[in-house]
Write a protein that binds this ligand. Structure first.
Ligand SMILES: C[S@@+](CC[C@H](N)C(=O)[O-])C[C@H]1O[C@@H](n2cnc3c(N)ncnc32)[C@H](O)[C@@H]1O
Length: 209
């Protein structure tokens, strides 16, 4: 493994095992499915759990990281419980451009701290598939007003453990201050909406249309 690969992964995994715990919890909810992770940087923890993941990023360090395929395989295989080798692919692109992927080809779209992934990449998610979005850059709010999605569950974090809850969803995504949430408002601020409850992330399901 290249020295840069090792350093980037160590920095990514500085809260040791945190993303493994997150994706393990998500995988129990969704079951194994193909994953698209735009704005992944070097977060290969998705491949510790899911058998097929496509990562997309346009950061030069991410491009160098993923070009060390043996190093990335080593990180992944040393963390996987499943003995089958994970399939992964990296697309070194801006996710807002046309990606070399078929529409509706994945079952889980991941949007963590990387902008409006849902707005740009829902076309690749099949109906009935899942969007994992956190509120940080406004993408969870964007999905909440997107008619292609319905809120299906919330992901809470406590003491480094993640749980998925499907009940009491009406009590989530209520703005602290009455606000008309629009695409324009979200694009303008890129910060998201302050809600009365603040789980780590949300799971939306793409409607069957
Ligand atoms: C704050 S990091 C988050 C990385 C990872 N999702 C995580 O949660 O650890 C945001 C990443 O999104 C990438 N990103 C932001 N906008 C992008 C775009 N339009 N296309 C591709 N990558 C993008 C950045 O290059 C960066 O690597």
């Amino acid at each position: 493994m290249n020295e840069l690969t090792r350093r980037l992964w160590e920095e990514q995994d500085r809260h040791s095992g945190d993303r493994l715990r997150l994706f393990t919890t998500i995988g129990v909810f969704t079951g194994d499915t193909s994953v698209l992770y735009p704005g992944s940087f070097v977060d290969v923890a998705a491949s510790f759990v899911f058998d097929s993941v496509t990562y997309v990023d346009n950061d030069r360090r991410a491009v160098r990281f993923f070009s060390d395929t043996a190093g990335v395989d080593e990180i992944i295989s040393s963390h996987r419980r499943n003995p089958y080798k994970a399939e992964w692919r990296f697309i070194p692109s801006d996710y807002r451009t046309e990606l070399d992927l078929a529409d509706r080809c994945v079952g889980l779209l991941v949007s963590l701290y990387a902008g409006f992934v849902s707005e740009q990449c829902t076309r690749y998610l099949r109906p009935g598939g899942w969007l994992l979005a956190n509120p940080s850059h406004g993408d969870a709010a964007m999905a909440s007003i997107d008619p292609r999605y319905r809120l299906a569950a919330v992901v809470s974090a406590r003491a480094g453990r993640y749980t998925v809850t499907e009940g009491d969803l009406e009590s989530y995504m209520i703005p602290k201050r009455p606000t008309e949430i629009t695409v324009e408002l979200l694009r303008e601020t890129s910060r998201g909406i302050a809600y009365t409850r603040s789980p780590f992330a949300y799971l939306f399901q793409r409607e069957n249309s």
